[in-house]
Write a protein of this length. Structure first.
Length: 202
């Protein structure tokens, strides 16, 4: 039953490297004045498949001498909480009140603006100042949800990314207008971005 979906996803994944290396992506060609933010959405049940692919992809990109950063959003918020000595208290609090209530508790230290700024600092840190980043890859959103939400994070990142293209690997569905986390939560999470590889592969 799941085989066709996996095959369809694999066909799209096989096109990712080609899309990343084309001028439209690397130079924001043909995007008008819009920000070069791209989304690759995928079925949440295929998370492990996508993680394995990302290991393969980053290896290929390094061999092709691209200058990029791959940031795991979940690891980023772990690092943020550790830096403020909040991690252990966060785990305890989550057991007591649940993820939704925890999000309200952490709305200050983990505001989307602060997460975006942290990601940008982490991405550009330790890079050769003479070689700007070609692009940034974001993954790990599924584990970070609901503390971090895709449309809110992307909106906050617009202010700190400059002209650097960005790809978010998104566990859910992106219609081209709305982000639907895990492909089963109804939402009106509007965000205007570009689909890196649409379902038809075009």
């Amino acid at each position: 039953m799941h085989q066709p979906t996996d095959k369809a996803l694999q066909a799209r994944l096989d096109l990712v490297l080609e899309r990343i290396e084309c001028p439209k992506f690397l130079k924001n060609d043909g995007l008008g004045n819009e920000v070069g933010f791209w989304i690759f959405d995928y079925p949440p049940k295929s998370e492990l498949m996508v993680r394995e692919y990302l290991t393969h992809l980053t290896g290929k990109l390094n061999k092709h001498n691209h200058h990029f950063a791959h940031i795991n959003i979940f690891q980023a918020i772990i690092d943020m909480l550790e830096a403020r000595n909040l991690l252990d208290r966060t785990f305890t609090r989550e057991k007591q009140v649940g993820a939704d209530a925890l999000r309200k508790t952490l709305s200050g230290p983990l505001s989307q603006d602060k997460v975006a700024k942290f990601i940008a600092e982490k991405a550009f840190k330790n890079k050769d100042l003479n070689k700007k980043l070609d692009f940034i890859i974001l993954s790990g959103l599924g584990n970070a949800w609901p503390l971090v939400r895709g449309h809110e994070l992307l909106s906050a990142l617009q202010d700190v990314m400059g002209e650097t293209p960005l790809i978010l690997f998104y566990p859910g569905a992106y219609s081209g207008r709305d982000l639907h986390p895990f492909d089963m939560i109804e939402s009106r999470n509007y965000y205007r971005a570009f689909k890196l590889v649409p379902e038809d592969g075009k």
